[in-house]
Design a protein around this ligand. Structure first.
Ligand SMILES: NC(=O)c1ccc[n+]([C@@H]2O[C@H](COP(=O)([O-])OP(=O)(O)OC[C@H]3O[C@@H](n4cnc5c(N)ncnc54)[C@H](O)[C@@H]3O)[C@@H](O)[C@H]2O)c1
Length: 395
């Protein structure tokens, strides 16, 4: 009895507080831009991942026959064991079925934790291959070898990887920073003009956001871009990557305050996504973004953020770069309603607000908080006043 009492009165030890430390690793990575850089894949990989033996080259049915053998040769020359995984070309491949199939192929090929994935292709391959690398064995090394202009200047830089879900695009994803990005502009010689234009729209966006000089240089280089003059294209790609890279470097995990971080990269995308959906995906993403850039310029003027003339400058840049400009065709009737629905959905996902990226001037962005109706009114008011100006001048 007395023993029991003494055990009860004994002081309980203090709970232990364990400190689990997560040292912040330097996750910086080089982006190597230059003709022939695809042939340096094996050497770059060897240099950065001494323990790698197997390297899965994930590509799509268009890109693999064009560049798969070069990538594999470069890897074998460096003493690595290349494994080929090819997915069907197109956005539909960014789904769970293809993702799990790719992961199963990684397992069956005997890939281990120290091995690596190379994503050789456009943004679809980069996003899906990147997510497979992020998930396989809780994450293995990833090297991005983007082959479309959009993937070179945009999708491969920033570490976002994802697949689509039936309810929306890019909804299942991760941040998985690559070990390196290798950009070989010469592969653009086989990319069709329409896809090239989609990449140009994103480059123009980077200029509009962060560098009026880049914006102007792109317009001047329009013919050289479409004739694949690599002496002109290569430094423009490097500048565009530098501008995006600086932005994502300020806000790697997209946590930045509104107006300061990656959210700015949505310039042209609020209306762009809505138009893309309203077109039933007949417009390519970059084409819809081009219209979204014009919309952003118009809203910036209508809300009094920018001086008059910004929309005219944007429209003539888009036209010079052979991108669509017919925004007004998408604002009325059924299309207009579809856009309003898409904006409302956007609003729901973002706690009742649409953070609309606008421009004070070329090279100087700002973020406005607007309701979907305010966005549409700003777009349509200008149409109405432009139409009544035209009517007045016709009188
Ligand atoms: N992760 C990000 O930060 C980010 C950013 C922007 C876009 N994305 C994603 O990127 C995807 C769009 O990328 P995309 O436009 O590259 O699409 P894509 O990967 O479908 O490529 C477009 C087409 O070009 C072909 N192709 C690619 N390179 C080629 C080459 N050198 N020669 C011949 N054909 C070639 C492809 O096979 C495909 O048919 C979307 O899924 C989008 O969500 C991701």
């Amino acid at each position: 009895m007395s023993e029991r009492r003494s055990s009860r009165s004994r002081k309980r030890p203090k709970p232990l507080a364990l400190d689990v430390r997560v040292p912040v690793e330097d996750q910086s990575y080089p982006v190597i831009v230059g003709p022939g850089s695809l042939d340096r894949l094996g050497a770059e990989l060897r240099q950065r991942l001494a323990g790698a033996r197997n390297v899965a080259v994930i590509s799509d049915t268009n890109v693999e026959p064009l560049y798969g053998a070069r990538a594999r040769k470069s890897l074998s020359d460096a003493g690595l064991n290349p494994i080929t995984i090819t997915i069907p070309a197109g956005e539909a491949s960014k789904c769970s079925t293809v993702l799990f199939d790719v992961i199963e192929q990684l397992l069956r090929s005997g890939m281990g934790r120290r091995d690596a994935v190379v994503a050789l292709g456009g943004g679809v391959v980069g996003d899906l291959g990147g997510l497979a690398a992020a998930l396989f064995m809780r994450g293995i090394a990833l090297i991005q070898c983007p082959t479309s202009l959009l993937a070179q200047v945009d999708a491969s830089v920033g570490g976002k990887v994802a697949i689509d879900l039936p309810v929306g695009k890019n909804l299942l994803g991760a941040f998985h920073f690559p070990v390196a990005v290798l950009i070989d502009p010469e592969v653009l010689s086989t990319l069709d003009d329409r896809n090239l234009g989609c990449g140009i729209a994103e480059m123009l966006k980077h200029g509009a956001l962060f560098s009026a000089d880049h914006f102007v240089q792109l317009i001047a280089a329009a013919d050289s871009l479409y004739s694949r003059d690599f002496d002109v294209i290569t430094p423009l790609i490097a500048t565009s990557v530098g501008l995006k890279g600086a932005c994502v470097g300020r806000d790697p995990w997209e946590q930045g305050e509104a107006g300061k971080g990656r959210v700015l990269l949505n310039l042209g995308h609020t209306i762009g996504h809505a138009i893309e959906a309203a077109s039933d995906y007949e417009l390519a993403h970059g084409e819809a973004v081009a219209l979204g850039l014009r919309a952003a310029a118009r809203v910036s003027e209508a809300r009094g953020v920018a001086e008059p003339g910004l929309e005219a400058a944007m429209t003539s840049a888009l036209a010079a770069l052979r991108l669509p400009t017919d925004l007004d065709a998408w604002l009325g009737g059924e299309h207009g309603e579809a856009i309003e629905r898409a904006l409302s959905l956007d609003k729901k996902r973002n706690a009742g607000r649409v953070s609309y990226v606008a421009l004070v001037r070329l090279g100087e962005p700002t973020v406005l908080t607007l309701s979907p109706r305010e966005v549409l009114m700003s777009l349509r008011e200008t149409v109405t006043s432009a139409a009544s100006d035209e009517a007045a001048s016709a009188d």
